[in-house]
Design a protein around this ligand. Structure first.
Ligand SMILES: O=C(O)CCC(=O)C(=O)O
Ligand SMILES: [Fe+2]
Length: 215
């Protein structure tokens, strides 16, 4: 007997990857609830709370500056030193491989940091990468807030080309991706502690004998 379609085993991870790729192809961004495996998201949430976070700056290297009127969050870059960090980096790498295969984006390296927005924390409208200086190709955010309520605010607002916008509540294990150069976005003031991971996939920007120089 042929089993009904519903009974066929679904590879949840593959379905997720296909869905992210399809949304990116069609609209340039993707929003997926319950995307990160719950056990990994819980481990990352515990790790985020243990981290020594520092006030986030704006820009990279020489232009790095801390301006609390533009963003008010604290961050800590993720490394494979913690078990949760290692598992997270492996998960992100498998996502990179799948997206490169499906979308030919040429994603090469990955950087990610925990972020904590305290009550009153925000990040004003900005873009993550500028045309011409293109090395950040794809931005990604994962939210780590098990008890987030609508009244806690802190939504990510993604501004679309047609003048409309999309709001995303920072709920546990929700994953958002978007093309870094294409979408201005902002974080509205949070009214509760808001934990997340912000990430970027970059192209290979090796030059002058330095292999893909770090940030
Ligand atoms: O936490 C978010 O929703 C977005 C954070 C962000 O835009 C950034 O760190 O560049
Ligand atoms: Fe951003």
């Amino acid at each position: 007997m042929i089993p009904p379609i519903e009974a066929l085993p679904l590879n949840k991870q593959q379905t997720l990857l296909d869905d992210i790729a399809m949304q990116l192809r069609v609209q340039g961004y993707s929003i997926n609830a319950e995307a990160v495996p719950a056990s990994l998201a819980h481990a990352l949430y515990q790790q985020a709370k243990r981290e020594q976070l520092r006030p986030a700056g704006i820009g990279r290297q020489q232009s790095h500056a801390v301006d609390r009127s533009v963003r008010k969050d604290s961050i800590s870059w993720i490394t494979a030193e913690s078990a949760a960090g290692a598992e997270w980096l492996a998960w992100a790498d498998s996502l990179k491989v799948a997206l490169n295969r499906q979308l030919l984006l040429g994603l090469f390296s990955f950087e990610s940091h925990f972020a904590h927005y305290p009550p009153g924390g925000f990040y004003k409208k900005h873009v993550d990468a500028f045309k011409g200086e293109a090395n950040r190709v794809l931005s990604m955010v994962v939210y780590l807030n098990p008890q987030w309520r609508d009244e806690d605010g802190g939504e990510l607002v993604i501004y679309l080309e047609d003048g409309s916008s999309v709001k995303v509540a920072p709920r546990f294990a929700t994953l958002v991706t978007f093309l870094s150069e294409e979408f201005p976005h902002e974080v509205l003031p949070a009214k509760a502690d808001r934990y997340s991971i912000a990430c970027w996939f970059r192209m290979n920007s090796s030059h002058a004998g330095r292999v893909d120089p770090p940030r």
